[in-house]
Design a protein around this ligand. Sequence first.
Ligand SMILES: Nc1ncnc2c1ncn2[C@@H]1O[C@H](COP(=O)(O)OP(=O)(O)OP(=O)(O)O)[C@@H](O)[C@H]1O
Ligand SMILES: [Mg+2]
Length: 337
Amino acid sequence: MSLLTVDSLRIEFGPTSNPLTAVDRVGFSIEAGEVVGLIGESGSGKSLTSRAIMRLVSYPGRITDGSIIFDGRSILEMSPRELRDFRARDVGMIFQDPFSSLNPVYRVGAQLAETLRVNAGLSRRAARNTAVELLDSVGIPDAPRRAMSYPHELSGGMRQRVMIAFATAAKPRLLLADEPTTALDVTTQKQILTLLSDMRHDNTMAMLLVSHDFGVIAQMCDRVVVMYGGRIVESGQILDVYESPRHPYTKTLLASVPHLEVGERGRRRLIPGGQPPQPGTIQQGCVFTPRCSQSREECTRVSMTLEPPDSLHQSACPFEPTSVEPMPLPLVIGGVT
Ligand SMILES: Nc1ncnc2c1ncn2[C@@H]1O[C@H](COP(=O)(O)OP(=O)(O)OP(=O)(O)O)[C@@H](O)[C@H]1O
Ligand SMILES: [Mg+2]
C-alpha cells in the first residue's frame, strides 16, 4: 500500500450552480520515503493539489470529488479531531509564501515552542529548548539568539529554514513542500535543497516537492508528476520523463528550461505563445490543445486518461510522440550539486 494515494481529485470554486474547475481528475501516489515532484506553470493547480492533502483548500475553493488516502485513512472523511492529529503528526507543509505562515508579531523561537507544546504536548521549558535545538538542526547559526528574532528580522533563506523546522518538528512521514526555494537566490536555494534532502535521509520522510523548475525537481525527486490546466498530463521516473518525454507539454517544458525568464514575483514564464487556461475556460478534450504545436482535430475529443495503465511512465496524450529534443540541462540528476 502506498503512503499516500490521491485519486480523481477535483477542486472547484465559484458558484455551486456554475462551478469553475481548477483541479480535475488528479491522481497519483507516493510511497513511503519517496520524493515526488509536482511541476507545472503558474495556475496549473499545484498548490491547490498539495493543500488538498492537508485539507487546507481555502474558501471559495472546495474539494468536490475524489479521495485522498494516507496510510489507509481517508483524509476527506476525517473528523476535526482526526484531522488535527493528522496535521500535527503525520504530515508537514512548507507553504509557498513563508510570510503567510509565520506570525509577524511573535519571535520565531516562541512560535516554534508553542507549536511543540500544543502538538507534541511538551512542557513550556522543554518546548523552548527543543525549539532552539530544531532551529540549530536546520542550520540556523547561533540558534539561541536567532530564536529571539521576529520573522522580518530574518533573511529569506533563514525564514525558509525556520519553516522547515516547523514542518518537520514532529518528524512527519510526509512533507509537502510548495515552492520552497522560489523566492531565494541561487546559492541559498542550493543550501535549502541540500537541507531538505538531508532531512529526507535522516527521517526516511516522503516528500511532495512542488516547483515550476525542472532543474530543482530533477535534483531532488525520484518521480515527477506534470500538471497543466488542472490536469495531470504526464508522470514517471525523472530520467524516463527527462530522456523521453511523451506529452507535448512536457516536451515544451523541457525544451524551454534553459530559456527560463524570471517573471513577476519570481515566477517563471515557461512557454511562449499564450497563457495556460484559466479555470472555467477549459473546453472539451485535451487542455493543452490551444498551445500544442502538434495538435490535431481529434485532440478536442481525447479523454486525457493516463496511459498505459499500471505503467510507471504515463502520458495523457494518446498520440505517438514526435521529436522535440529537450535541450541539455545544466544540472546533475540524482543529487544536489
Ligand atoms: N482558494 C481558492 N479559491 C478559488 N480559486 C483558487 C483558490 N486557490 C487557487 N485558485 C485558482 O486556481 C488556479 C490554480 O491555483 P494554484 O494556486 O493551485 O496554482 P499553482 O500551480 O500553485 O500556481 P503558482 O505556480 O502560481 O503557485 C488558479 O487559477 C488560482 O487562481
Ligand atoms: Mg502555487
